[in-house]
Design a binder for this molecule. Structure first.
Ligand code: NAD
Length: 252
């Protein structure tokens, strides 16, 4: 039996696809044959990634979307549905990091991180499930190892809380959708080389790297390939699962 990774002609919507992991996910899904809606708050970045994908001969459209806004999420999905069809694949990569320690954490920062990372995931998954209806759907939410073990040197409590929420939310939705035609899973990336870590100094980077059994940060494509696996028929019996792609950091 061959590994079935083809996504021929399926419509995939990727949030946070203007940068880092989301960009890599959009490119890999397109390489597997999907038509990809590249969604991001940063419209210019989204347009740039859609152009890259089209230059490689695949189908892509860019959509400006703020995942923290119900109106913006619905408008973005509607735009994709009118151009192509309702997305059958959703990958929620949009996220922001929070590095402020507990004592200095303001209500505003707490609320913003939770709004983008957790509420954003809820709004997109809810809208995707509604659009898929009784059709076939595959959803991957991007959480983080910090959602399992708590924040560490880089991300702090509000970020970890948002990602723990994504994991619990994803499992709960999997239970609610049991017996249906939609598969939903989560990926927990470990430290990955994306613009999210642009401000990391060499000393901190060295400390984080020392904690990774594989001895290096992930490349965004390594996360993206795990996403392609989870949304493909190769993962037809993988359901409600959390996959850490972290070079062995957790091994749980
Ligand atoms: N890089 C890592 O080490 C790492 C580790 C674990 C988890 N993650 C998670 O992976 C996901 C992708 O992160 P990344 O490293 O590629 O970061 P990134 O900063 O490179 O990309 C994040 C993208 O999300 C977009 N975005 C931010 N707020 C948005 C909003 N309200 N609506 C729509 N788009 C918005 C940004 O414009 C950006 O393009 C995030 O959820 C992040 O928390 C990253």
């Amino acid at each position: 039996m061959t590994l079935e990774l083809s996504l021929d002609d399926k419509v995939a919507l990727v949030t946070g696809a203007g940068s880092g992991m989301g960009r890599a996910v959009a490119r890999e899904l397109a390489a597997a044959g999907a038509r990809v809606a590249v969604c991001d708050l940063d419209g210019e970045a989204a347009a740039g990634v859609a152009t890259e994908i089209r230059s490689a001969g695949a189908a892509a459209m860019s959509v400006v979307m703020d995942v923290a806004s119900r109106a913006s999420v619905h408008a973005g999905f509607d735009e994709v549905a009118s151009a192509w069809e309702e997305p059958g694949i959703l990958v929620t990569c949009a996220g922001i990091i929070g590095t402020t320690r507990l004592g200095a954490l303001t209500d505003e920062e707490w609320d913003r991180v939770l709004a983008v990372n957790l509420t954003g995931t809820f709004l997109c998954v809810q809208r995707a499930v509604e659009g898929i209806g009784s059709g076939e759907g595959r959803i991957v939410t991007i959480a983080s190892d910090t959602g399992k073990r708590g924040g560490g040197r880089i991300a702090t409590s509000h970020y970890a809380a948002s990602k723990g929420g994504v994991l619990a939310f994803t499992r709960s939705v999997a239970r609610e959708l049991a017996g249906g035609s939609i598969r939903i899973n989560s990926i927990c990336p470990g430290p990955t080389d994306t613009p999210m870590h642009d401000g990391l100094g060499p000393e901190l980077r060295k400390q984080v790297t020392n904690g990774i059994p594989m001895g290096r940060f992930a490349r965004p494509q390594e996360l993206a390939q795990a996403v392609v696996f989870l949304v493909s028929d190769a993962a037809s019996y993988v359901y409600g699962e959390t996959l850490s792609v972290d070079g062995g950091v957790l091994m749980d």
